[in-house]
Design a protein around this ligand. Structure first.
Ligand code: NI
Length: 417
C-alpha cells in the first residue's frame, strides 16, 4: 500500500497537470485577451462581497450599499457614475473605439429573514440577510468593472454596469431604471444569478426563450352570509363557495393550457371561520400563478376571473378580486444566449459550462427586454441550501469564474462583430 500510494498520487497529479495545460492552451487559443485575467481583483471581490453580506439592506432601502458601490466605481479609472434611481448605480465605461453598447446587470437588495449560517461573516443586521446571493452579484460586477476599466483601449463601444435596487419586491427596481431613460442606448443586456447545488464556478446557460417564469398573484374575498351551523339554509357558506373555486381553478392547467407548457396555479392561502358550529360570512384566498408565455399568462388570468365570477354567482355569493401582475418571464435571446455559451466556454473551458434548467422563480431582469434583447445566465455555487433559505451560503471560490465569464461576454459582444 505504502509504495502504491505515491505512485497513484504521481499518476493523479500528472493527469491533473496535463488537464490544466490542455485547458490553458484552449483558453489562450480561444481568448486572445485572456491576459486580462491577472487584472481581476480577486481578493477585493471577496472583500466587497463580505462587506455587502454583513451589511444587507432591504428592497428600495439600499442607501449604504449604493453609496459603497458608487465609491468603488469612482475609485476606478475611466468610469463615469450615474444614479438613475435613488438607490441604483450605473457605471459607464466608454471604450477607445466607437461601437455597440452592452449592459451587465447585478442586483443589490437583501431579504427580510434572520441568517442561520453561523458563519463569522454573517449579517450584522437583525432579520435582514443576503440569502439570494445579490451580495455576490454586486461584488462580481464590481470586479468586472475594475478589470475592464484598465482595458479602455481594447474595448470597441460602451459598457454599462447596472447595480440595480429592489429585485426582490414588486414592482421591482428595473422599471425605475428603465423609466429614467439612462439605458435607452443599450443594444443588449446580460445578467448572472448564483445557483446552489451546481458545481462552484461552473456557468449554466439557461434555455433560449423562457428562462424564468412570469409571476402573478391574486387576493380574493368571498362575501357570503353568516348563519348558525345548524341552519345552513339561512346563510351562504363562503367555505363551500371557496372550495368549489379552488377545485375549478385546478382545471385551468389540466384543461385549458396547452399540454407541455409550464404553468402553475397555487392557492397558498384559504382562511375562513372561527368556530365549528358557525357558518362564516366571508372567506379569503390568495394565489400565486406562474407562466412562461404572455399568451398563457392572459389565458390563465381570463379563466381565473371567469371561474371566480360564475361560481360565486351560482352560489349566490359576491366577491372582491385583486389580480396583481408582477414580473414577466425572462425571454432569453437565442443569439445572445449562444454567444454567452461560447464566451463562457472560451474562458473557462467547455467542461465548466452546462445547460441549466429553466428557473421556476421570477426575476425583474425580464423587463430590460423592453429596450433590447437579453440573456440571463447562472453561476454554480456548490452544494448547499436553496436561495431564500436562512442557511443559504455562497462558495466564494466561484466568484472568480463569474467575473471571468462576465468580462469575456462583454468583450466578445463588443469586439466580435
Ligand atoms: Ni435573486
Amino acid at each position: 500500500m505504502k509504495k502504491i500510494l505515491p505512485l497513484l498520487l504521481a499518476v493523479l497529479l500528472s493527469g491533473a497537470l496535463s488537464a490544466q495545460t490542455k485547458q490553458s492552451k484552449k483558453t489562450s487559443k480561444n481568448s486572445p485577451n485572456a491576459a486580462w485575467v491577472k487584472n481581476i481583483p480577486a481578493e477585493d471581490v471577496i472583500k466587497w462581497r463580505q462587506h455587502i453580506h454583513q451589511n444587507p439592506e432591504l428592497s428600495f432601502q439600499e442607501e449604504q450599499t449604493s453609496k459603497y458601490v458608487e465609491e468603488v466605481l469612482k475609485s476606478l479609472p475611466n468610469i463615469e457614475v450615474i444614479r438613475p434611481a435613488k438607490t441604483s448605480v450605473i457605471g459607464v465605461l466608454k471604450g477607445g473605439k466607437a461601437g455597440k453598447t452592452v449592459a451587465f446587470r447585478a442586483d443589490m437588495d437583501a431579504l427580510p429573514m434572520q441568517e442561520e449560517t453561523g458563519l463569522p461573516i454573517s449579517s450584522k443586521v437583525n432579520n435582514v440577510m443576503h440569502s439570494c446571493g445579490h451580495d455576490a452579484h454586486t461584488a462580481m460586477l464590481l470586479g468586472t468593472a475594475a478589470t475592464l476599466s484598465k482595458m479602455k483601449d481594447q474595448i470597441n463601444g460602451t459598457v454599462y454596469f447596472i447595480f440595480q435596487h429592489a429585485e426582490e419586491t414588486p414592482p421591482g427596481g428595473a422599471i425605475d431604471i428603465i423609466k429614467s431613460g439612462a439605458l435607452k442606448d443599450v443594444d443588449a443586456f446580460f445578467g448572472m444569478h448564483v445557483l446552489p447545488n451546481f458545481p462552484a464556478g461552473h456557468v449554466g446557460i439557461l434555455p433560449e426563450g423562457a428562462a424564468s417564469t412570469a409571476q402573478d398573484m391574486f387576493n380574493l374575498v368571498i362575501i357570503g352570509k353568516g348563519s348558525h351551523g345548524s341552519m345552513p339554509h339561512l346563510g351562504i357558506d363562503p367555505i363551500v363557495v371557496g372550495a368549489a373555486i379552488v377545485s375549478a381553478l385546478q382545471s385551468i392547467v389540466s384543461r385549458n393550457v396547452e399540454p407541455g407548457e409550464m404553468t402553475v396555479v397555487t392557492i397558498g392561502r384559504f382562511q375562513s371561520g372561527d368556530a365549528f358550529n358557525v357558518i362564516a360570512d366571508r372567506a379569503e384566498l390568495a394565489a400565486s400563478i406562474r407562466t412562461t408565455s404572455e399568451e398563457t399568462r392572459k389565458l390563465v388570468e381570463a379563466r381565473t376571473k371567469e371561474i371566480i365570477d360564475n361560481i360565486t354567482k351560482a352560489y349566490g355569493a359576491t366577491y372582491k378580486l385583486d389580480y396583481i401582475p408582477t414580473y414577466p418571464a425572462i425571454q432569453n435571446d437565442a443569439a445572445l444566449n449562444a454567444q454567452a455559451q461560447k464566451s463562457a466556454a472560451a474562458i473557462l473551458g467547455k467542461e465548466q459550462v452546462f445547460d441549466a434548467p429553466m428557473m421556476t422563480a421570477s426575476e425583474d431582469f425580464a423587463y430590460y427586454k423592453e429596450i433590447a434583447p437579453v440573456s440571463f445566465v447562472t453561476l454554480g455555487i456548490g452544494e448547499g441550501a436553496a436561495n431564500h433559505n436562512p442557511k443559504f451560503t455562497v462558495d466564494e471560490s466561484a466568484l472568480q469564474n463569474g467575473v471571468k465569464t462576465q468580462v469575456q461576454i462583454i468583450l466578445d459582444y463588443l469586439n466580435k462583430r
